[in-house]
Design a protein around this ligand. Structure first.
Ligand SMILES: NC(=O)c1ccc[n+]([C@@H]2O[C@H](COP(=O)([O-])OP(=O)(O)OC[C@H]3O[C@@H](n4cnc5c(N)ncnc54)[C@H](OP(=O)(O)O)[C@@H]3O)[C@@H](O)[C@H]2O)c1
Length: 327
């Protein structure tokens, strides 16, 4: 089969398309998917750069989500059938013509979604569900801040939080991204290149009353986040684009009884991911079927042009998801 192979960690020159590779074999509970489209995620860039350690049992090929058709099933597979169209969370290996994944990590292609659109659902929706709903415990009428509102993660976090009945605040770089977030339903968007989100939200909240912050930025955002949280506020960290080391004011922690947590999806167990897939199927897939939650695809590149897709993500001007097509 054909796939994108990282020959040397670092810049794009070190990654190439290779042909003649062995098609992976599905394990007992796994299915083999003939990939029609694969989502591009920021962790792919980090993996290519050698900054993201792949779990020992995962494919070293990039790609965490795909859509396509099941063409082979493992001997203990019970719920998935040959020929079924699915979108799936995969443990790596998505930038390839074929990939294997646990049958329980496959979800149906939502009604009305194209194969490219459905390829961009899983990595971000699994991550948002785990961190915003399970760890973050977001509730109706709460105030929720997600940084990076125009990212794949931000796009789904804004829409799901609105569906829940929360007030949604977000931060972005520029007006185009701000307009995009308002179109998704955000209540207030701060353009961080023009205004300090901390000053603005602090003034509006009269001293800090955000209930939950989903943060991918870290660095200097950390102390601002802590300061903006209300009593019993929660900060859930999923990445640290501005820096991994931060300073914590323990006074605020104890006075406001703040909850600090975070997580990363890829190394979680197959059982855990299966449980999340079940919850997404029950609570989020109906919202996709009824178009109450939508995916915005920024751009689609053929697999052969994966370098252009990575450049687009690294330049940071995309809105929503970037997709690779194998059709
Ligand atoms: N923990 C997990 O399980 C998990 C899973 C998936 C993804 N993630 C992380 O979640 C983040 C989003 O992933 P994605 O695939 O949706 O990527 P993406 O679309 O590229 O989003 C990255 C976002 O970060 C913002 N950003 C980048 N540098 C920034 C900076 N210096 N200051 C402020 N904002 C900055 C960008 O918005 P602006 O242009 O507006 O700055 C952009 O919206 C990534 O950091 C990724 O590693 C974590």
């Amino acid at each position: 089969m054909k796939a994108v192979i990282i020959e040397k960690f670092g810049d794009l020159e070190g990654s190439i398309i290779k042909t003649g590779l062995d098609i992976p074999k599905p394990g007992r509970n796994e299915v083999l998917i003939k990939v029609r489209a694969a989502g591009v995620n920021r962790p792919d860039i980090l993996q290519r750069q050698g900054l993201y350690k792949v779990p020992n049992d995962a494919s070293p090929i990039m790609g965490l989500e795909v859509s396509g058709e099941i063409v082979e099933i493992g001997k203990d597979v019970t719920k998935k059938t040959l020929g079924e169209s699915v979108c799936a969370l995969v443990p790596g290996g998505g930038y390839a013509e074929y990939v294997v994944t646990n049958e329980a990590h496959c979800l149906p292609v939502p009604k009305g979604l194209s194969i490219e659109e459905s390829a961009g659902l899983c990595e971000c929706l699994f991550t948002v569900w785990i961190n915003m709903m399970k760890l973050g415990q977001l509730k109706e009428k709460e105030i929720f801040l997600v940084h990076g509102g125009s990212s794949g993660i931000g796009m789904f976090a804004i829409q799901l939080a609105k569906q829940l009945g929360a007030t949604v605040l977000t931060t972005v770089k520029n007006k185009e991204k701000s307009d995009f977030c308002y179109s998704l339903g955000a209540d207030e968007v701060v353009k961080y290149s023009e205004e300090d989100f901390h000053n603005i939200f602090k003034r509006e909240m009269e001293g800090g009353a955000i209930d939950l912050i989903l943060d991918m930025i870290g660095g200097d955002y950390f102390q601002k986040n802590i300061d903006l949280l209300g009593v019993e506020g929660r900060l859930v960290t999923i990445a640290f684009l501005r820096g991994v080391s931060v300073k914590l004011d323990l006074g605020q922690l104890i006075m406001k009884r703040i909850h600090l947590t975070g997580s990363t999806l890829r190394p979680r167990s197959a059982e855990f991911k299966s449980k999340i897939a079940g919850e997404l199927r029950e609570f989020v897939w109906p919202l996709l079927d009824s178009e109450k939650v939508k995916i915005h695809v920024d751009s689609v590149f053929p697999l052969e042009k994966f370098k252009d897709a990575h450049i687009r993500m690294e330049n940071g001007n995309h809105l929503g998801k970037i997709i690779l097509s194998l059709d």
